[in-house]
Design a protein. Structure first.
Length: 658
């Protein structure tokens, strides 16, 4: 375990030796740092934030595991945080990391050093991240949410899904013995065993013995059991949610990508019925929009209004900015890139400021709560020690007029956290812990009101009671009442080869258990599929024809064919339209936009810039310089066509004059 280190402090290029360096990188020499600084020569006015390591997307694609990890620099430019790196074979890459430096600074203040895994599954001494995942001794978060893929079969084929390219053939469906091994591995982690598991796919409801799997998880001691689903089968069979609830399912983690058939072709027509069927069965629903720039990022406010309008059944909305892995066309990468701050700023605009960007806090802000509960109970507790840039969240409440009021607008969240820190230090520093515990709890209850603005909070909301229950409860159930009275809004951006950061992987707490006994961080399992996800599935799968003979089924029969009448469609649309609110023309800059980069300019602008340089050099500009300008200092991963670079200078000028 390492201590948190500064990742938002600004440094000039000349002061590069003072720039913080990732503690997970050995022997980061001055020469290596100079090479990274040299990559920024054409970036204009920048400030360096940290040196670390990332992945080469080309090497990941080519399955070059020994060369894929490369040095990287994170820097500030035009109020955005960027990452830049270069591979000897595939060239340089530039990617937006966070599109709002102010939010990045705020998030960076809430770092949690994490924990030490006492019983790692990978015991080798010299760990090479990320090729030795499993969990290793260097990992710094216990399993916060464990994922188990119960099947790779699906009744849909969504182009942006992590599993799209591998669904269907061969068939991956772990046995019950393998399920028990995977569940037990996560549950037995020390010092804190997994308490929450998500069964995912593919589409998990296609698995005939899903109920037995859920019961097994309950028997092994999991309090929270979540089902990651598109909801289609739950909309068609009202008895299925009842059976799932009886078996032990806590909530549904349901895909929900938009408020129109064009933005949510997956389950637009079925989602509302699935939500109601789950509500009748007593299962809460979390809506999960995959946010894609230029596709559905204009509907985030409407999605929140829909969720709050169905707050009797919907517990949360967890936005997931798209990770550009899997079957994402490369040419669309810059257009479709959206970051956590980009999504938050769009929500602020699309809710007319009701949910401002100031309402959001990073996931590890819960550190002070965990520290306090651990001091009370004198034992390790569930800890959200992910990297500060992995996610942000807030809670919103509805007032008597239906207006959405974020928790931080009437609760001094930071002041409350600081006070908890004071109480924790008071408690841990006492020799008479038993007596001091009562004193500290009394102080907490007495002073909670000081952090609440009663004039701004919704009427009939006893926020002090909810806060004391959440903090003083000391376990999973202590948060239950808080969640039932509010709508949780989350933002989790899983990594991809372009924005991958070794600092984040070491702190990941969303893990996948696999049949060979390893427990893998999400952002290695899915980001390096050839080394982990696909390799595991290939090893433990059976051929499609064998599966069909064994089960007597045809794989093609899994596919869902929609059959909804025009009248049903009209009614469903009416229900959605009630929550769609025009907020005027809202223009939000693309997250990956850099006004100084030719990667973001039109081909005509590129030609003009190239022609200017060629003219200044009397048509003798070296081809390397022209290539650099035309491609934005990238190779095949740039958005400008690199073929321009091989055109003769006089031809470029001719094109421009034409």
């Amino acid at each position: 375990m390492v201590n948190a280190y500064p990742q938002a402090t600004q440094h000039t290029r000349e002061d590069f030796l003072a720039v913080p360096t990732s503690p997970y990188v050995n022997d980061f020499t001055a020469e290596r740092k100079q090479q990274l600084v040299a990559l920024l020569a054409d970036e204009g006015d920048v400030r360096l934030l940290k040196f670390h390591q990332s992945l080469c997307p080309g090497c990941v694609e080519d399955k070059q595991w020994n060369t894929m990890k490369i040095d990287a620099v994170t820097y500030l430019k035009h109020n955005k945080v960027w990452i830049k790196k270069s591979c000897p074979k595939h060239g340089p890459f530039k990617e937006v990391y966070w599109s709002d430096y102010g939010l990045y600074q705020k998030a960076e203040r809430f770092q949690d050093p994490g924990i030490e895994i006492q019983n790692p599954h990978i015991e080798k001494g010299d760990i090479n991240c990320p090729t030795d995942c499993g969990l290793c001794a260097n990992h710094e978060s216990h399993t916060g949410l464990g994922n188990i893929v119960v099947t790779n079969r699906c009744d849909l084929s969504c182009w942006y899904c992590f599993f799209y390219s591998k669904e269907g053939d061969p068939i991956y469906e772990p046995t019950m013995d393998q399920m028990k091994l995977m569940l037990s591995r996560m549950r037995d982690e020390k010092p804190v065993g997994a308490n929450s598991v998500q069964f995912t796919g593919g589409e998990p409801t296609l698995r005939e013995d899903l109920i037995d799997i859920i019961k097994l998880a309950k028997e092994l001691g999991y309090d929270h059991i979540q089902l990651n689903t598109n909801g289609i089968n739950l909309s068609r069979d009202p008895n299925l949610p009842l059976r799932l609830r009886e078996a032990g399912v806590s909530n549904l983690y349901m895909s929900f990508d938009g408020m129109a058939p064009s933005t949510n072709p997956k389950n637009y027509w079925e989602a509302q019925q699935a939500i109601e069927n789950c509500h009748k069965a007593g299962i809460g629903v979390v809506l999960v929009p995959t946010v894609i720039g230029g596709v559905n990022d204009h509907e985030l406010g409407d999605i929140i209004r829909f969720a709050s309008g169905n707050i009797h059944a919907v517990r949360a909305v967890n936005f997931q900015p798209v990770s550009l892995v899997g079957r994402m066309p490369e040419r669309q990468r810059r257009k479709q890139r959206i970051t956590i701050p980009g999504s938050i700023n769009r929500i602020q605009a699309q809710t007319a400021g009701e949910i401002s960007k100031d309402a959001w806090f990073p996931v590890p802000c819960a550190k002070q709560i965990t520290d306090f509960i651990e001091a009370l109970k004198q034992e390790p507790k569930y800890r959200l020690s992910v990297h500060f840039s992995c996610g942000m969240a807030t809670y919103v409440f509805k007032d008597e007029h239906g207006k959405l009021i974020p928790l931080p607008s009437f609760v001094d969240v930071e002041g409350f956290f600081n006070y908890l820190g004071e109480l924790t230090r008071e408690l841990t520093g006492s020799k008479h812990r038993k007596i001091k515990k009562k004193v500290v709890l009394a102080k907490l209850l007495l002073n909670l009101n000081k952090f609440v603005d009663s004039k701004k909070k919704p009427q009939n909301l006893n926020i002090v009671k909810l806060l004391s229950g959440a903090v003083g409860g000391g376990n999973y159930h202590g948060l239950a009442a808080f969640h039932l009275k509010s709508l949780f809004l989350g933002m989790m951006h899983f990594q991809d080869p372009y924005n991958w950061d070794i600092d984040r992987v070491h702190k990941c707490d969303i893990h996948y258990a696999v049949p060979d006994g390893r427990v893998l961080p999400f952002c290695t399992f899915n980001v390096i599929p050839g080394l982990y996800r696909d390799k595991v599935q290939e090893k433990f799968s059976i051929p499609r024809d064998v599966w069909e003979r064994k089960t007597g089924k045809q794989l093609k029969d899994d596919m869902y064919h929609r059959n909804i009448s025009s009248e049903q469609m009209r009614k469903i649309k009416e229900q959605y339209n009630h929550f769609i609110k025009p907020v005027g023309k809202v223009t939000t800059e693309d997250d990956a936009f850099d006004p100084d980069s030719l990667q973001t300019k039109t081909p005509d602008t590129v030609l003009a810039a190239a022609a200017t340089i060629i003219t200044k050099n009397k048509a003798t500009a070296p081809i390397e310089q022209i290539t650099k300008i035309l491609t934005g200092n990238t190779q095949s991963y740039g958005s400008c066509d690199p073929t321009y670079a091989i055109v003769k200078p006089e031809e470029l000028i001719k094109r421009r004059s034409d």
